[in-house]
Ligand binder design. Sequence first.
Ligand code: ADP
Ligand code: ZN
Length: 833
Amino acid sequence: MSLLPGKYANVLLPLPIPGFFTYAIPPEMESTLIAGVRVVVQFGRKKLYTALVHSIHETNPGLSVKEILVQMDMLPIVNIRQFVFWEWLSEYYMCSMGEVMNAALPPALKLSSESRISLDPDFDRDYSRFNEREYNVITVLEQQKELSISDVSQITEQQRVIPLINSLIEKKAVRIYEDMIQRYTSKTEKFYNLAQIYRDDENALAAIIEYLERRAPRQYEILINLLHYLDLRNHPENGIPKSLLISEIKSADGALRSLVEKGLLEVTEQNVSRLDKHEAVQSVSDIELTEHQQEAFTKIREHFTNQKPVLLHGITSSGKTEIYIKLIEETLKAGFQVLYLLPEIALTTQIISRLRKFFGDVAGVYHSRFGESERAEVWNKVASWQAAAGGQAVSHSVILGARSAIFLPFSKLGLIIIDEEHDTSYKQYDPSPRYNARDAAIYLAKQHNAKVLLGSATPAIESYFNAKTGKYVLVSLEKRYGNMMLPEISVVNLKEATRLKQMKSHFTPALINELEKALERNEQVILFQNRRGFALRLECNLCHYMPQCRHCDVTLIYHKKENHLRCHYCGYKEPIPPHCPKCHNKELNLIGFGTEKIEEELSLIYPDIRIARMDIDTTRSKFAHQRIITDFEIGKTDVLTGTQMVSKGLDFDNVSLVGILSADNMISFPDFRSFERSYQLMAQVSGRAGRKNKQGKVIIQTRNPKHPVINFVIENNYEGMYRHQIAERQIFNYPPFSRLLKISLKHKEPEPLNLAAYELAGKLKKVFPKQVLGPEYPVVSRIKNYFIKEILIKLSRDKNLARNKEHISEIIKDFMRTTSNKQIRVITDVDPM
Ligand code: ADP
Ligand code: ZN
């Protein structure tokens, strides 16, 4: 990669096509064009795209190269290290750099396909301001509503039309859709200051103040406020923002205007940040680590020196977060940036308020539910970050984020913390790149020479294996903070209770009993129900027919509130049929139970208790999740029911009972990871029980009380679970002993799909005879009208991994080229979860 001026640029287009595209650099851009800036180029016969310059060189590609049309940024928005990171991702996860770029850039900086312009609704129809070309475009737009960039090019008979469009936008005549031009614009606010003459003349000012006090009390109040705030500022010449100036004065707009009209105040429009301000209120040195925590902390620091990732295996509530905070402070003092990853956006709220107590604005948040402009602002802050002299605090030196935060333009990372490292939410399923942020973060850390700390109460088998075999270093924390005991876990046999007719809806007498005791003592309860397969379905009680989705191979789920049946894969809905569609029998039963049912039945048994439910359905809106958690935290609700969402990293003080309504579905799910997953889920949700100085209780309802995984949960025996699983994984050559690669084929018809799947599997088996499994239908074999078949490849973990993947890519490419069935879609997923 050369940074010297050259004649050609390799650019990335936001397309799933591998490789770079070469364009010629026009002479006027030769001195300004650099890697990392965005440009507009023509691709194909008509389309214009915004592309990202990857490198600049002198090699003539030989063909007739097109010229770059416009340079959009003067400073790079992406640094060279990020390009290397993207390249690694695209190779490892077998996708194009364009796809990685699409995932990496925040939407407001993103590169669009073809953009269109239309008249600005606020256009004042004052035509005198336009030149002839601009005028032509406007008259066409008045008839045609919208135009593509290439249309504009035709109308004006010009190749380079972006400057013209920019000028029209500036004159507030047109608007552009998508983001050919910066979608991100900075936010501004009016700032007020004392007019210069009064700044220089104290006597005149005093006279005015006295006058206003008698005649215009509101103006007087504003002026006094202004003087007060100016006094507090280091740079009073910048003035005071309007929001602050009149924050405590009612209907002050008129008074403010008069002050300006009188020439007392000056107004300026200034850029302001959209990000909230926060101040630290506590010092990190106030945290006193316990003896065990101190020991773990010291070990972590020792091991950091040999540059291996450290896995902190600390049981729930052992104080992992406190250790993270200490490490963050050290890293900041040494002048580095910190990335702190969490698997769920919802968890960032609790943790950021803990971080901000100590670090104020030095800690920032970044995830995909954050507003578009705010994300762009955080991006720019990280891009322009520079260590301050003397270890001073710099805004956004610590970024707390969900998986997309690994893509921020860091320049000097010193530490990456990956909390709840076992969590499957670190993996992106769709769209490509199907990356695991935990694994990618470890690569990222290597790039920066940064330290890595993985934390979990229930590490992933792979990570624990890495720690045991010396690839990582293991540090354990086995005591809970503040004398908190681990909960007492008991198991109730669902089969027995059903046979003895003791069940009260889905609750065994043991659970009911504990629930009542807890509620009597004003303690809180969490009821956990794994969603998978446990929702309510409709079944004919004669022929046992269950209504199915028209587009997917799944049973429809009953939703009481909307009173309809719905597909959880594609959203298809239908009304409740009056009789069985097969045998016309009128008696249809509801079977199974979901979180909604639990909530309802519980409120039938106990009409007075306050119940909240947390699952995908109740947390769709932006703040719903936070509201449910806060209500529970402050004791507004007594019982929280929910899916795995309730098991994750949340910290409540008053929960004395956790009920797992049925352990069976997670245990028996057909996947080699279900043993590990069930352990993690049950151990994590159990960890929510218990309060200071008081042992909590957990009740697990199951039809398999003797199942080994349940025993490991009861004994809090992670090590035992690990040994049990690692032995099995070795026998069957599953990860960590191999690496998996899943190839999914999709087609609207089953026949061509089958043929194609066998053909591709055959080609793969020729090269990897013992490592290819399938093709096989997955558990859900049709989604959104596409039939699916899967091929699983177990790749050995040796040095040949990269080469083998390349080989597989070649085989797939060759198959796509030669197959007679062009409608087939092939999706590769590396390290599927
Ligand atoms: P984990 O992340 O391991 O689940 P946390 O860090 O959330 O544990 O700690 C659990 C609770 O104990 C939190 O409320 C935390 O503030 C408190 N805590 C842990 N260690 C300390 C400490 N050394 N001093 C004060 N409070 C602590
Ligand atoms: Zn469906």
